[in-house]
Design a protein around this ligand. Structure first.
Ligand code: NAD
Length: 380
């Protein structure tokens, strides 16, 4: 089968379904079982003498052997680290790059990032910087990484001052999404990824939003085996890819992907990141939908619809008990969209439609309104 016209420049390896027709310039494969074709894909999109697989210990224990078996024996090395956001640091970047040098990696090396968003961001940043840039193939293993982190070319590490403060745009040579690997993912982490899928529906496509709502009971009861799950993941990838293709460096339209995230990031920071990102995004989406209502951008009922969807996905609809609302408010001022100390928000006009704000795709909202809305969320 031939790849669709804008599916990336690479030819499709034999016996492999065509990549998704996304306008990214690199192929995104999404199909159950495609993990067994990563070796073919690497040979096609990023032929090299050596392959460095970067993963975390948990993911590697489940899935690294499948990859290693497809890569050149004697010229493939697995580099692992402990799982978790606390590993996404400059120190871990230095340790990995030192290990690559000691192993003999050079310009002839391709990196495979096998893991969730932490591994994807860190291994992507290693690839962006090692010898001024190596090809990286992203193999996401969490739902969040499949529908969000692996697509778009953003790579980064955290610093003590904040998340993702040191990074680079570095597009992958390919993204390989195998929903079957979600079979080993704990249920709360899978659920957390649903928040980003709902977000994609809210920012761009009301019918996609409805499809997710319909599928939620199956996803919650059957996980990765839910019928049609691969197609739903592909739907999210399409939405993210269309936005990213319009605005690769986050100058305008890409702001809409931040819906729910200004408040989510503030909540995460106040909670010292001791929570799942998707849980924070779920609360952030309810709060920001309510902001849109309060300032008259959206009609009444939007926040109710978002809240219902979040609840049906098994995600939290109220702020963590005892959270300091003033502290959350203060953290919104540090958001990357803030200007002159005032927080700005990417806000929906309704499900599937965002406020363009004359091409800025983010609007300022008075602190008094934000504080009121946060207060409502605490009480709900
Ligand atoms: P994560 O990478 O920490 O993974 C969560 C946990 O799941 C880890 O303990 C991991 O070991 C485990 N895990 C992963 N896949 C598994 C599997 N298949 N089976 C069993 N266990 C598995 O978390 P995440 O939510 O995937 O990613 C969060 C990160 O993504 C954050 O650092 C965030 O900044 C980043 N991110 C980046 C972008 C981007 O555009 N680059 C977008 C969104 C999020």
């Amino acid at each position: 089968m031939n790849p669709p016209p804008n599916a990336g420049s690479a030819a499709t390896p034999r016996a492999l379904a065509a990549p998704l027709p996304v306008p990214l310039g690199y192929p995104v494969y999404c199909a159950a079982g495609v993990l067994a074709h990563v070796g073919d894909i690497v040979r096609t999109v990023a032929p090299s003498h050596r392959v460095a697989i970067i993963s975390d210990d948990t993911v590697a224990a489940h899935h690294a052997a499948t990859l290693r078996a497809q890569c050149p024996a004697g010229a493939t090395q697995l580099f692992t680290m402990p799982p978790g956001e606390q590993e996404k640091t400059r120190e871990r970047w230095a340790q990995l790059t030192d290990a690559l040098i000691a192993w003999g990696a050079g310009r002839d090396t391709t990196i495979i990032a096998l893991g969730g968003g932490v591994v994807g961001d860190l291994a992507g940043f290693v690839a962006a910087t090692f010898m001024r840039g190596l090809p990286v193939v992203q193999v996401p293993t969490t739902l969040l990484a499949m529908v969000d982190a692996s697509v778009g070319g953003k790579t980064a590490v955290d610093t003590p001052a904040g998340k993702n403060l040191v990074g680079a745009f570095h597009n992958p040579a390919a993204v390989v999404i195998d929903p079957a690997v979600l079979g080993t993912l704990p249920a709360p982490i899978l659920r957390s990824g649903l928040a980003e899928m709902l977000k994609h529906g809210i920012i761009a496509d009301a019918s996609y939003f409805d499809q997710i709502l319909l599928a939620l009971p199956d996803i919650l009861s059957q996980g990765a085996a839910a019928p049609g799950f691969a197609q739903l993941i592909a739907g999210s990838v399409h939405i993210k890819a269309d936005v990213v293709a319009e605005d690769t460096r986050e100058g305008g339209l890409r702001q809409i992907l931040n819906f729910g995230h200004t408040i989510a990031h503030a909540i995460e920071k106040v909670q010292r990141y001791d929570m799942l990102h998707g849980d924070a995004v779920a609360m952030g989406m309810i709060a920001e939908a309510r902001l849109a209502e309060c300032i008259g951008l959206a009609g009444p009922g939007l926040a109710r619809s978002v809240r219902d969807a979040v609840q049906r996905a098994g995600l939290p609809v109220a702020l963590p008990t005892g959270i300091d609302i003033d502290a959350v408010l203060a953290e919104t001022h540090g958001d990357k969209k803030a200007r002159g100390g005032a927080a700005r928000y990417a806000l929906p006009r309704g499900i599937g439609e965002m406020e363009p704000a004359e091409g800025r795709w983010a609007v300022p909202v008075d602190d008094v309104v934000v504080k009121t809305v946060l207060g409502e969320l605490k009480g709900s």
